[in-house]
Design a protein around this ligand. Structure first.
Ligand code: GDG
Length: 725
């Protein structure tokens, strides 16, 4: 077992120069605590930027030493790196794009170059310490290229990536000139995690469109590697917040603050200064609330903590000015000698005071316009030791997917947030207890430690699945074994699927005809073995394509069978009633009309809806709609709907490739049997094979087959070996 390396842009420390000497203080943030169980163990380490520009080499040596004691190692960034990579590309391009603030995106080629350069810097720093079999867990949007860079240099390493901010719709991603490189970097990981199912879905859709990677239940197939993409909603250090709320220190702070504030209801808002958090909108909402509800004047105040952040980025400075102005206005409009509506703090507070704010407040107003998760709302809930309090939460925060007992609001709907404040301030105590208890129970169960465990367990699971597939991959040794048993046998038979197995896919199905290379190869094989082409294609096509070759043919997934030595030609393997076709065809026609590029292929006993030529997102969308529509229809007719490669096929379930293959296997006692296929219609063939058979699935997906092989090209190579070329 190798070691584990955690990587994030910022190390979880704060660095201070005190009387000419560097001093570090480890951060007590939730993520750092959760990952503590990992990076503090054995040889493990956390690599990242310590947070300052340190140009002096002597100082750098000193920092390396100091950090070593904390199980950390620095990546030093220059002033230029900080301005172009961190403030530039990370915070002026990715951050606004991924939070749907397209108007703030800065498209700057120099910033992009810096982003590539600094991701490379991180990669080099890791390579100095990493061994080929180590586990590397990369965090967040500043390092999207890093997994890909690491994969190139450490092909066998276990690499994970977690993104803490949203992953937006493809419509946003496509705006970025560097979208392919960004996606390409992310898929260097074995496991890619997001906070919510929506983020994961957006990512999979972008990977499909930009990289042509199709997913099966959250698994993407890279060249010869399986990648898992999933949602892992991050939790908090629940105990810490719930214990702190009960501690004498917090209680003392509460007493002190209350003395100052008097007997009022309190709203709390805590955010980093950021336009995604909707701070100005929130002040406007409170203003509207006070305007509409004069009876609350003097009875309720808002405590607003804004933590300084990204002060060098222009938008953030402007935002700060806007907030200052709005707070000034509301306070000057409403304040009395003994009441101030908004207590505004532009700074951060020590943990105990934060805990006091949470525990003494009646309502938390958490209304970001967009937020990956948002931990503040979870911390507020955990701090409610007497289980009273109300959370107003934006639907645009990832946390809203979990905290369904909050009052959920659309932050853009000002009047609904105003009503939510009123509802919260007058809510029954017993209802508050019901809601808070439910949320506490789920936050307690799925805390930050559980989150780390679930993520790491899944990472191990993905590697395990990869190893399983790897061990089944047709390599030199397996090829040799196949060749030897092929030659040693007397009665050989090969079941070969056609599209996706002998040839790759083409835009028009009729363009996939067998060229001279394939016809030559099959010609050689039939002199040594019985060859069965087992395809979903119709009879006429197979007949025409393989004319003159001594092959057996199974058409339409097992409906038709023609043996090479039969005088009678094609034989229907089953007696089939096709009266269902008319109704189903009408449904399919409707989906052709609405989907430019789609078409229907009518086979003897099945109907196929093709969408290979359809614009990719639309094709997927319509396919899914048609799939559920057909499934619904299918149950009435006792039919089966199959999802193939860019096709949906509907047919009778009692006809399949396996049944037809069996009919041929009965002819003789074959002592070498090989079946190769690429999609799940071929799984029926694999299942029908005798125990001593070899079966191979093209592509690295789960299969009943004994082996996997990468592509049709490799299939042809293997067959050439058997043919003795
Ligand atoms: C990003 C994503 C995602 C705040 N003020 C003080 C203070 N804090 C602490 C809070 C909380 C943290 O800062 C803020 O976390 P959030 O999750 O709310 O927001 P981001 O910083 O934007 O974080 C976000 C998160 O990553 C994790 O994946 O949830 O969506 O944007 O923990 O307690 N801490 C102290 N004093 C303060 O004044 N001590």
């Amino acid at each position: 077992m190798g070691k584990t390396i955690i990587v994030s842009n910022r190390l979880p420390v704060s660095l201070r120069l005190k009387q000419g000497k560097f001093e570090f203080r480890p951060s007590a943030g939730g993520l750092a605590t959760g990952l503590g169980s990992i990076y503090k163990e054995g040889e493990n380490i956390w690599i990242g930027w310590p947070g300052n520009d340190v140009e002096n080499p002597e100082h750098r040596d000193e920092i390396v030493e100091e950090l070593r004691a904390l199980k950390m190692a620095p990546v030093f960034l220059t002033k230029k790196d900080i301005s172009e990579f961190y403030e530039g590309f990370s915070n002026e391009t990715i951050w606004p794009a991924f939070h749907y603030f397209t108007q703030y995106i800065n498209y700057d080629a120099n910033h992009w170059a810096a982003y590539v350069r600094v991701n490379r810097k991180f990669c080099d720093a890791i390579l100095e310490r990493a061994h080929p079999e180590d586990t590397i867990w990369v965090h967040d949007y500043q390092l999207l290229l890093l997994p890909g860079m690491l994969r190139e240099r450490l092909p066998n390493a276990t690499i994970a990536f977690f993104q803490h901010i949203p992953f937006p719709s493809y419509e946003i991603i496509r705006m970025l000139p560097w979208r392919r490189e960004i996606l390409g970097g992310m898929v260097g990981a074995d496991l890619i995690g997001f906070h919510t199912y929506d983020d994961m879905r957006h990512f999979l859709s972008a990977a499909g469109r930009l990289l042509g990677m199709r997913d099966e239940s959250g698994y993407l197939q890279a060249d010869n590697r399986l990648i898992n993409v999933d949602a892992f909603p991050m939790g908090i250090d629940y105990e810490k917040f719930s214990e702190a709320a009960k501690s004498p220190k917090t209680k003392e702070h509460v007493k002190k603050f209350k003395r100052f504030l008097g007997d009022q209801q309190l709203l709390i808002t805590i955010d980093r200064l950021d336009y995604s958090k909707g701070i100005p909108q929130r002040i406007k909402v409170f203003d509207a609330f006070l305007q509409q509800n004069p009876e609350f004047h003097g009875k309720v105040s808002m405590i607003m903590v804004v933590v300084p952040s990204r002060t060098k980025v222009k938008n953030y400075r402007e935002l700060k000015e806007e907030i200052d102005t709005l707070v000034g206005k509301i306070n000057s409009d409403y304040s009395t000698l003994n009441w101030v509506p908004v207590h505004y703090f532009y700074r951060s507070f020590p943990f105990e005071e934060l805990s006091a704010f949470y525990s003494m407040s009646d309502v938390a107003l958490v209304t970001p316009l967009r937020d990956g998760m948002n931990l503040v709302c979870k911390e507020f809930i955990a701090s409610k030791s007497n289980r009273t309090g109300v959370l107003i939460l934006s639907e645009m925060a990832g946390a809203s997917k979990e905290l369904q007992e909050a009052i959920l609001v659309n932050p853009n709907d000002l009047s609904s947030v105003v009503s939510a404040i009123k509802e919260a301030l007058v809510m029954d105590k017993s209802e508050q207890v019901t809601r808070i208890s439910a949320m506490q129970a789920s936050l307690k169960r799925y805390d930050i430690f559980q989150w780390v465990k679930v993520f790491m367990d899944r990472l191990e699971d993905v590697k395990h699945k990869q190893r399983q597939l790897q061990s089944k991959s047709v390599d030199k040794k397996i090829t040799k074994k196949l060749r030897e048993s092929f030659h040693a046998a007397q009665r050989r038979i090969l079941f070969l699927d056609y599209d996706g197995t002998l040839v790759g896919f083409t835009a028009k199905p009729e363009d996939a005809y067998p060229n001279e290379e394939i016809r030559g190869l099959i010609g050689k094989l039939v002199s040594k073995a019985r060859v069965v082409i087992i395809s979903g294609r119709d009879r006429a096509t197979l007949e025409e394509w393989f004319e003159g070759l001594q092959v057996d043919m199974i058409a339409e997934h097992g409906v038709w069978l023609k043996k090479h030595d039969s005088q009678k030609g094609w034989k229907a393997y089953a007696d089939v009633d096709d009266s269902w076709k008319e109704d189903i065809r009408q449904v399919m026609d409707y989906y052709v009309l609405r989907t430019p590029g789609a078409f229907i292929e009518e086979k003897q006993h099945s109907l196929v809806w093709h969408y290979r030529k359809v614009e990719s997102g639309l094709g997927d969308l319509r396919m899914r709609e048609l799939f559920s529509h057909l499934k619904y229809m299918a149950s009435g007719y006792n039919l089966q709907v199959l999802e193939g490669n860019m096709v949906l096929e509907i047919k009778r379930p009692d006809i399949n490739k396996g049944k037809a293959a069996n009919a041929i296997l009965k002819d003789k006692d074959f002592d070498f049997v090989l079946a190769i296929g690429d999609d799940w219609t071929d799984e029926d063939t694999f299942k029908a094979m005798p125990d001593h058979a070899y079966s191979i699935r093209v592509g690295y997906t789960y299969t009943q087959a004994n082996y996997n092989i990468k592509s049709p090209k490799e299939v042809r190579g293997l067959l050439r070996e058997l043919a003795g070329d």
